[in-house]
Structure formats: structure tokens, C-alpha cells
Write a protein that binds this ligand. Structure first.
Ligand SMILES: Cc1ncc(C[n+]2csc(CCOP(=O)(O)OP(=O)(O)O)c2C)c(N)n1
Length: 678
């Protein structure tokens, strides 16, 4: 092992002869394996050389080069079994080739064609494939570590003794998601091989501006994790060390961090160049080329001959050219609006399970708790995670008793790590599990926003991997809790294609909709109004049952005005309607995405007047979109302008008088009377 920082000047005095750069030691590796490692590194290198030509000819778009880093990708992929998940980043072509993905599929992927992995929907290495057990990156880098946590948790729960490996560059390690994921992996002792390819630069930023410690792997100690620093350009060092580490991880499941020392020999991506990299560094690292140095070693030991080398290169080049022709011959991708829209969600065939006649009176909070417990019985692959949800039963006591009933494997207290846990929920889904994540308060979802809107929401559309995740969101004001414990932030998510958003107002709806949300293989944000938890009661069927997502409920049949609302608004509207002697037709949306447009339109047409009521502030909220939709579809039926009633455009104040003034309810009577009088 060497002791230098890739961009630090100590390294300038390295020897000039490539053979001396590394102390190769094949140990007891047979010749076949030694040659196979060589061939495996050669393949991505020759593909890249070809890609650089195609890039110059304008035949492919962006290219992120891993030239000089092949030993890391190949070494890691070579020590994992074919059924163990690999989570590569943008410089890990060797992972894909070592897993023997047919090259034409990779080439089609890079050209945005249908034989790729995303139907032209995402570019470069942004794809995954269950067939090859590879989970590709999203651009945001950091969530990848948390996804690996989830996959590893799935492996632990299956007790299959598998390891998964995830990659990042040193730049990515500065992201908070990475810290959270490392912490969770350590607390839960998840068998993840965390691979940090320290290649000196994150785009143009040298390591000295990225972190302020000697070695990134020193951080492993802080996480209570084993760590190793390995010369990433020495394939034998990578292979031997990882083989030992990984087999020990299989025996004794735990996370391990490995920092690979390497160097980025080309620009961040091809168009951006390397002007900011001192030439001496380039020259020094050129001597440590993982393929050339190993090639020289293999030749000195007689394992590789000139003839064999030429044969390998010819075979690989022929394969590349054949597969490139296939990809070039493939037509440009085409689709239809309907197909694109249909692929946003995985098709969900949710069985009809009806409520029974045997009922009991429950509060909203109890109905949710009962529904969650029954869903745990129904799906033995369902894991629930959240802060203080196990022994403590959650801050609203909804998960009380579940630990005792279902055990600590499936009912998991988490550190305060929203991003890592939501990413882990994605990983669980990839590994065949269902997950329910409890946000302690809906407000805190902002700390896990990235994995929800970028991972959970987009993965089915991108490469057909569903995110079987429900995020429970205790939300809403009226509880005197101020700006950070009172928000109803559904509009943050209804705007993002790929997420379902459910918002019940009654106990029976909450139970049936929660069960259906969990049964649904797609990501669902499930809003639970805190002010309704213990104030709203109703009769609830005792059995496990589903209510369909995307069906609104018409609660009253008044003829003069339609009020469309959800959540706490439903109860404000009901109260007022009673006072006004039933003039209102109240539609409880129950589900915001999918939206029951038919019921909305029918109700508007029936009264000719419509009031849209929401607890959230108005601008950019659900009411605004409903208003546009109603104006577009029901214009001729309207007898008055559409009215919206929403909360003030301010953060949510704490003091009772201010909160009351803030809330939409305080303007409801006045606006409704104006509308009735219009
Ligand atoms: C959250 C986020 N911020 C910024 C970027 C832009 N970006 C993409 S890759 C990259 C550098 C990553 O450096 P590193 O993790 O060291 O990997 P390397 O590219 O060196 O292999 C940056 C800044 C991004 N994709 N995502």
C-alpha cells in the first residue's frame, strides 16, 4: 500500500519505470484467472477508445471516461458472485462488461435506442438491470449508498449471505446522503462494500478542496466501520484484498469501506477537458496505468505472450465492431404519449378485498394503526422503518406493539437519516421487499426529498424498476406546532410524475386506502392529518380490506354549490354545510394522484358553482390545478367564477390566534356566502 494523496506533490517522486511502480504478486492465482483479469480490463479500455472516436464523429453524446480506473471496476465485479448486486457510477464501465452484458445493449443504451435498458428515456450509465443484478446511478450520486443499504438489508432479512458493492468518487463522499448511508449501514451492520474511487478530482475540484483529512478511509473509524486503502490501479492488489474482504463479509455480515487510490486520466466528461490538471500529475499517473503495468508484469512472468495479447485485442475489437453495427442498425426509438404515460407507474392489479360488516368505532389514529398491523400480516415481505417507531411506538403511537408482533427485522428504528432511509426503501424494493417509511412529521420529508422525487418517482419510468414504498406523512396544522411541525406539503409531490398521493379524512378510508397503498407496487405518499388523528371517529370494518386509489367520495348532495376538498378541509366543509342547512355538495378527494376527474366534473356540473378548499397556501397548490381543469372542462356549466379558499401565503405561525387566522377555515364562511350569493 502507498501513502499519498492523489493530487499531492509527494507523489511526484514516483519511479518512472512502470514495472517498478507496483509490486505485483499473483500469489496462488492460476494463469487463467490472471489472464481473465487482464482481458476484463482490456475490454472496457478498448470500448472506450472506440467511444472516443465515435464521440468525435458526433455518433454518441456525452462520455464519462473510466480510462485508468479499470482495475477497480473489474476487481470489484470479479470478486462478487453473479447474483450479488453491484451499484456502479459513471466511471465503472468495467462493472457492466465484467457482468457480460451484451455489448450491443450497452451501445443501444448510449444511443438512446430500444435495445438499451431505458427505452431512450435515460442516458449513459443511468440504468439498472435485474437480469445482470446491476443498479445504475442517478445523477445525484449520493442516494446510491442508501440504495445499497436497502439491498443489503434485504439480503440480511433473507439471510442469503450475499454482499453488495456500491461505488462513489471522492467528490460524492461530501454529500450528506453518503454520511447518512454509512451511518445506517454501520448501525445495522449491513454487508455493503462501500467503494470510494479517489481519482484526484471531482469535476475540476481537487481533493484538497473536497475534504480536509489525510485519507477518506480514515472516516470509516468514525462510523465504527472497517476500512481499507488499496492501490486502485494494481489489479492484483485489488483482487486479492477484495476477495478476502468479501468472503469474510459473507461469513460475518458487516459494512466495509474501501478507498481506492487512482487517477482520472481524462476530463470529467470528454467535452470538459483537463486543463486544470498539472501535466506532471498526468505523466506520473500515466506510468501507473492499470492495464499497461499489469500487461508488462504478465509478460515478464510468461503468463501473457505477444500472440495472446494480439489475439485478445482482435477478439474484443471484433466483438465491439459487430455489436456496434447492430446498435447502429437499430432504428431510432419511438413511442406514443400513451405508452410513455403508462410506464410512469408499474401496472398495479390490486385485488378487491371488501370491508366486512363486522365493524367497530375507531379514531383515525387507531384505524391507521390497525391497517398497518394487518398489512404486516398480509405481506410478510413488508418492512417498516422510521424514527422511534419500534419500542417507543412512534411519536403518535401508531406503530405501538408492532415490534413485539413482527420482530426487530421488520420493524426498524432508524437513526435521523431521512435521505438514507428513503433510499434504503428503494433498495429493499429492488431486492423484492415492500417498505413503509414513517416520517416523524411530514415536514421532515424535505430532508429526504431527493430520493423521493428522483429515485422512487423516476425509476419505473427509467428502467422498469418499481419502488414498492409507502411514505407515511403525519401532517397538518391546527395543533399549535409552528412552521416546522404543521405543514401539509402534498403539493411538493403531486407535481412530480411517478408518485401517488393519498390523503384520507376518515378512519375507514384511512385504513382501506393505507392497505391499498401498501399493496400497490408504486411509491405512495400517504398523508395523515395530525389534528384528525384523535378528533375524528368512525365505524371501521375489522377485517383487512382495500379501497381503490383514485376514487373521490361525494359526501353530501346539496344542490347550490360544490365544495371540493380533502383532509381537514373535509371536516371544515361538513361543519359549515350543516350550519347552512345542506346547500353544499361536498367532494372528498381522498386521493390527489391519481385524481378522480370524473367525479369532480360531475359534481361541478350538478351545482354550477364550485369552491376549492385546501389547507395548504394557495399558490401552486391542488386547488390551482383543479381550478384550471374545471375551467377547461366545465366552463359552460359554471354560474359563477371558481373560488379558491386556502391558507395564507406565510409560514405556519405558532400562536393560536395567528394560526387560526392563517388557516383557510377562517375565510371559508365568507367566501362560501359570497359564492352562494353570486
Ligand atoms: C448532487 C449533485 N451535485 C453535483 C453534480 C454534478 N457532478 C456530477 S459528477 C461530479 C463530480 C463527481 O466527482 P467524484 O464523486 O469524485 O467522481 P468522479 O467524477 O471523479 O469519478 C459533479 C460535481 C451532481 N451530478 N449531483
Amino acid at each position: 500500500m502507498i501513502t499519498f494523496n492523489p493530487t499531492n506533490n509527494n507523489f511526484m517522486s514516483r519511479p518512472k519505470n512502470p514495472v517498478q511502480v507496483f509490486n505485483f504478486d499473483s500469489k496462488d492465482l492460476d494463469d487463467g484467472t490472471q489472464l481473465s483479469l487482464y482481458r476484463r480490463m482490456l475490454k472496457p479500455r478498448l470500448i472506450e477508445e472506440k467511444m472516443l472516436i465515435l464521440l468525435r464523429q458526433g455518433k454518441i453524446s456525452k462520455w464519462f471516461s473510466g480510462i485508468g480506473q479499470e482495475a477497480i471496476s473489474v476487481g470489484v465485479a470479479s470478486v462478487l458472485n453473479a447474483d450479488e448486486y453491484l451499484l456502479p457510477m459513471h466511471r465503472n464501465l468495467g462493472v457492466f462488461t465484467t457482468r457480460e452484458i451484451p455489448l450491443y445493449r450497452l451501445f443501444s443504451q448510449w444511443q438512446g435506442k430500444a435495445n438499451g435498458f431505458t427505452n431512450g428515456r435515460d442516458r449513459s450509465f443511468h440504468f439498472g438491470t435485474q437480469e445482470f443484478k446491476i443498479v445504475g446511478m442517478i445523477s445525484h450520486l449520493g442516494p446510491q449508498f442508501g440504495v445499497a443499504d436497502g439491498i443489503a438489508l434485504g439480503n440480511v432479512l433473507k439471510d442469503n449471505k450475499q454482499v453488495c458493492a456500491v461505488f462513489t468518487g471522492e467528490g460524492g463522499t461530501s454529500e450528506g446522503d453518503i454520511h447518512e448511508a454509512l451511518n445506517v449501514a454501520s448501525v445495522w451492520q449491513l454487508p455493503v462494500l462501500f467503494c470510494i474511487a479517489n481519482n484526484g478530482y471531482g469535476l475540476s475540484t481537487p481533493t484538497s478542496q473536497q475534504y480536509n483529512c489525510d485519507y477518506l478511509v480514515d472516516r470509516a473509524k468514525g462510523y465504527g466501520m472497517e476500512g481499507h486503502r488499496i492501490q486502485g490501479n494494481n489489479i492484483l492488489e485489488v483482487y486479492h484484498n477484495l476477495k478476502d474482504i468479501v468472503s469474510s463479509m459473507r461469513e460475518n455480515p458487516r459494512p466495509v469501506m474501501v478507498e481506492f487510490e487512482t487517477f482520472r486520466m481524462r476530463g470529467h466528461e470528454e467535452a470538459s477537458g483537463t486543463k486544470y490538471v498539472p501535466q506532471e500529475l498526468m505523466d506520473q499517473w500515466a506510468l501507473k496505468d492499470p492495464i499497461k503495468t499489469y500487461e508488462t508484469y504478465l509478460k515478464t512472468t510468461g503468463v501473457l505472450t505477444e500472440v495472446k495479447e494480439a489475439e485478445f485485442k482482435e477478439q474484443i475489437r471484433e466483438e465491439i465492431n459487430d455489436h456496434l453495427s447492430m446498435a447502429f442498425d437499430e432504428p431510432e426509438v419511438s413511442s406514443t404519449e400513451i405508452k410513455e404515460l403508462n410506464d410512469v407507474f408499474q401496472e398495479s392489479v390490486i385485488e378487491d378485498v371488501d370491508p366486512s360488516d363486522k365493524q367497530q368505532e375507531l379514531r383515525l389514529v387507531d384505524a391507521i394503526a390497525q391497517g398497518l398491523g394487518q398489512a404486516m400480516e398480509q405481506h410478510d415481505n413488508l418492512v417498516i422503518m422510521g424514527q422511534d417507531i419500534a419500542e417507543y411506538g412512534g411519536v403518535f403511537k401508531i406503530t405501538e406493539g408492532l415490534l413485539e408482533r413482527f420482530g426487530s427485522g421488520r420493524v426498524r428504528n432508524t437513526p435521523i437519516c431521512e435521505s438514507a432511509i428513503l433510499s434504503a426503501a428503494m433498495g429493499l424494493s429492488i431486492n423484492g421487499f415492500k417498505a413503509v417509511v414513517e416520517m416523524q412529521f411530514a415536514d421532515f420529508v424535505s430532508s429526504g426529498f431527493n430520493p423521493i422525487v428522483n429515485y422512487l418517482a423516476k425509476t419505473n419510468y427509467r428502467w422498469g424498476q418499481n419502488a414498492d414504498v409507502v411514505v407515511r406523512m403525519p401532517c397538518g396544522a391546527g395543533v399549535g406546532a409552528g412552521p416546522f411541525h404543521s405543514q401539509t406539503n402534498e403539493a411538493w409531490f403531486t407535481h412530480t410524475p411517478g408518485l401517488k398521493v393519498v390523503y384520507p379524512a376518515f378512519p375507514d378510508d384511512a385504513k382501506g386506502l393505507l392497505a391499498a397503498s401498501i399493496a400497490d407496487p408504486n411509491p405512495v405518499l400517504f398523508f395523515e392529518h395530525k389534528a384528525l388523528y384523535r378528533s375524528v371517529r368512525g365505524m371501521v370494518s375489522e377485517n383487512y380490506y382495500h379501497l381503490p386509489l383514485g376514487k373521490a367520495n361525494v359526501l353530501t348532495r346539496g344542490e347550490e354549490v360544490t365544495i371540493i376538498t380533502y383532509g381537514a378541509g373535509v371536516h371544515w366543509a361538513l361543519e359549515l354545510d350543516e350550519a347552512l342547512k345542506n346547500k353544499c355538495r361536498i367532494v372528498d378527494l381522498r386521493c390527489l394522484m391519481p385524481l378522480d376527474k370524473e367525479t369532480i366534473i360531475r359534481a361541478v356540473k350538478a351545482t354550477g358553482k364550485v369552491l376549492l378548499l385546501q389547507e395548504d397556501s394557495a399558490f401552486g397548490g391542488i386547488g390551482s390545478d383543479l381550478s384550471a381543469m374545471i375551467a377547461e372542462t366545465c366552463f359552460e356549466y359554471l354560474d359563477a367564477p371558481i373560488h379558491r379558499v386556502a391558507s395564507l401565503e406565510t409560514p405556519i405561525p405558532f400562536a393560536a390566534a395567528l394560526e387560526t387566522q392563517y388557516l383557510a377555515k377562517s375565510r371559508l364562511v365568507r367566501t362560501l356566502k359570497e359564492l352562494l350569493a353570486y
